[in-house]
Ligand binder design. Structure first.
Ligand SMILES: Nc1ncnc2c1ncn2[C@@H]1O[C@H](COP(=O)(O)OP(=O)(O)OP(=O)(O)O)[C@@H](O)[C@H]1O
Length: 675
């Protein structure tokens, strides 16, 4: 290929690393060519024969284009960029489908005319069976990038060509098509293959990004400057943290094949809970996240959350937090990695010490918990929504000797959170107890390890335990008594050992009295009960605000000015810590670049909640007026919910978001008020 003297390198053109260039030369693989020649001969093709110039009919071509719309949509912009690099070099860029049928071409007009003589145009069929050795057909057969130069073509008629082709794979590892640059053989250039490979990779990355409408994606690399470039690793997970797909760079960096990755979760790959990504993503100005791979390599990453609204809350609350693996997928050849040795720097998994911010009630709770931790005493946490029950559960886990002991040997012990109200009733049994291969027909036929088994060696956190269906309460009780679990559809008994922490904001004892909750289970999970105080009753609000500001914005984050602080201190906080944390994050975002956070940076909902349009100007007065109101706490909470629902035209998701509470909380309140 006649590259211009000042033609930039392949790496420079595509913003990639020199490492990639070094590994991608265009030297033909002579053994592969030899194998292909033998196959061509076995197909009965004669070297001197006239090539089969039969292209697809117009109708068939239209149908083929239709069937390959997604591939074409992602490939065409990349083809244009690639063509810009090879323009005026008597060459063309070609996209074929997985059968070797040409879908699109872009090229220099003089060469396009020549190419047409051998049907190297849309509708032309270039499988090895029809054309003998050629870059498109042979790349498809070999499933790897292939250069076929001049005499290496099987048919004499094609020997005026030099062609470099790279297969394009989807996220399941299936070949979707081939990207190829073909030119006159005198124009051969060894960098062409590097360009083609990188362009194919770019198409694969675009395809991966568009494959799942509802997923969490981590873009990562061991060098921060490569995040966002073609060489970044891309790995996607379901909203619950199960592995979905990875590009080739991610497979390489993680050291795992696609088959091996199927049995992983975000937590098992990166050793930290998926909730870390949510927390990080919601920061006012999230930088790159730092994580550690199982092999000790530190990586930098950026999270992209593409979640359908209704999944967002459930995903945050029912995240698979276990670093444990799902059962291995068939054909898994690579052994699973050992858990990470180091944890992420930005990780904010709390410990009990961190939760002791000066409130007397909290200090007393923490002192009690320290006495029972790691003594096989189940802990029941109660408290209003958003008071930090899950955070406390994580802190208990963080402090437990199990955690420390395991961490020294093989990395962190699992913390498995199950939100009993977020999982549909018909799925909760399978989620908790697991199921055997063939226990179900349909999409999830392969067996899965239940959450209980995943928690082995760590902590099982059953959130909203009051919502567990009665029928399952008996099974759970048996597991707790027998310390063993039997997956659905199985005779196998799996011994389990975990610390149990449950949480609820429902009156379990009262429910047990009216047989809405099993009494024997109530006593089984209630080794020590602690009740988290509502935020409005805590005396450490200023310290909490300070902590969240630092957590979210770092030590130099702007602080609330006196007026804003007064508004915060006067609030009733119906959404408790969750609402406070959300408000701090939003205010930080609003005040970005400013020295202090003023009342005008506070969210409208919060000011409205204060109960008056004049809240902004006369906030303290209004808030105190509301505070001295004789409404009960529940009525205040209900009033806030009503207001938020009104403001958001009855949209429960939007109202929940504004209040910083879960949708379930709003639904529960609506139900309790007979709506
Ligand atoms: N001690 C804390 N310091 C700072 N922020 C906290 C603390 N505890 C909780 N939060 C914030 O509040 C949010 C809600 O906490 P958490 O999920 O633990 O509450 P919860 O009581 O379990 O709520 P629900 O009953 O709705 O499940 C957390 O995501 C975090 O942002």
């Amino acid at each position: 290929m006649q590259y211009q003297a000042n033609r930039p390198s392949a790496g420079a053109l595509l913003g990639t690393s020199p490492l990639v260039q070094a590994s991608t030369d265009g030297v033909p693989d002579l053994q592969a060519i030899e194998r292909s020649h033998q196959r061509s001969s076995s197909y009965g093709i004669m070297r001197g024969q006239r090539p089969d110039l039969d292209s697809l009919s117009r109708a068939d071509l239209a149908q083929t284009l239709e069937a390959n719309q997604t591939l074409s949509g992602h490939a065409r912009p990349v083809m244009e960029t690639l063509y810009d690099q090879i323009r005026n070099t008597h060459s063309m860029v070609i996209l074929s489908d997985a059968e070797g049928t040409i879908l699109h071409t872009l090229g220099d007009s003089d060469f396009l005319a020549k190419a047409d003589r051998v049907a190297l145009g849309p509708g032309g069929r270039w499988s090895e069976q029809l054309r003998g050795t050629n870059a498109i057909g042979t790349a498809l057969f070999e499933q790897k990038p292939t250069t076929v130069h001049a005499q290496q073509h099987y048919l004499d008629a094609n020997r005026f060509l030099t062609c470099s082709a790279a297969p394009i794979f989807d996220h399941r590892g299936q070949v979707l098509g081939v990207l190829d640059v073909s030119g006159e053989c005198g124009s051969f250039h060894k960098h062409t293959m590097a360009l083609v490979r990188m362009s194919a990779q770019m198409i694969e990355n675009h395809l991966l990004a568009g494959s799942f409408p509802d997923c969490i994606t981590l873009h990562f690399h061991s060098r921060a400057e490569f995040v966002g470039t073609l060489v970044e690793g891309i790995v996607s997970f379901t909203p619950g943290g199960r592995f979905l797909a990875a590009n080739r760079s991610a497979q390489f960096q993680l050291g795992l094949t696609l088959a091996a990755l199927q049995s992983h979760t975000f937590a098992s790959l990166f050793g930290v809970p998926l909730s870390l990504l949510f927390e990080h993503h919601r920061k006012a100005a999230p930088g790159l996240l730092e994580l550690c791979l199982h092999n000790g390599i530190r990586i930098h990453g950026r999270a992209e959350l593409r979640l359908r609204d209704q999944h967002f809350q459930a995903a945050r609350e029912a995240v698979i937090d276990a670093p444990g693996l799902l059962p291995p997928a068939p054909n898994t050849t690579t052994p699973p990695p050992s858990p990470p040795q180091q944890r992420a720097r930005h990780q904010r998994r709390p410990d009990l010490q961190a939760l002791d911010t000066g409130d007397v009630r909290m200090s007393a709770i923490i002192a009690k918990l320290r006495r029972v931790i790691d003594r096989d005493i189940p802990i029941l946490i109660t408290g209003e929504t958003g008071t930090g029950k899950e955070w406390l559960a994580q802190a208990i886990h963080g402090d437990s000797a199990r955690f420390g002991a395991r961490q020294n040997r093989a990395g962190a012990a699992p913390f498995v959170a199950v939100n009993c109200s977020a999982i549909p009733e018909n799925l909760i049994e399978a989620e908790l107890f697991g199921y055997e291969d063939g226990a179900f027909t349909g999409a999830r036929r392969k067996g899965a390890l239940g959450k209980i088994a995943q928690a082995h060696g760590g902590t099982l956190f059953l959130d909203e335990i009051g919502d567990m269906p009665l029928a399952l309460q008996g099974r759970l009780l048996r597991v707790l008594q027998e310390r063993a679990v039997t997956p659905l559809g199985s005779q196998r008994v799996i011994p389990v050992d975990f610390a149990l922490v449950c949480a609820t904001n429902q009156p379990l004892r009262e429910m047990a009295a009216r047989h809405a909750f099993r009494e024997d289970l109530y006593y089984r999970i209630n080794g020590l009960q602690v009740k988290l105080p509502a935020l409005r009753d805590r005396s450490d609000l200023p310290q909490l605000i300070e902590r969240i500001l630092e957590d979210e914005g770092g030590p130099h984050a702007p602080r609330f000015d006196a007026q804003a602080q007064a508004l915060l201190l006067a609030s009733h906080w119906p959404g408790n810590l969750r609402q406070l944390a959300n408000l701090v994050r939003t205010s930080l975002a609003m005040a970005e670049g400013e020295e202090a956070i003023g009342p005008h940076h506070l969210p409208d909902d919060f000011l409205e909640e204060a109960g008056a349009p004049g809240a902004l100007h006369d906030g303290m007065h209004t808030m105190h007026a509301v505070r001295s109101d004789c409404l009960s706490i529940q009525d205040n909470e209900w009033a806030a919910i009503e207001r938020a629902l009104r403001t958001h035209a009855g949209n429960v998701s939007a109202a929940a978001k504004a209040l910083g509470v879960s949708r379930n909380t709003i639904y529960r309140r609506l139900k309790s008020r007979g709506h």
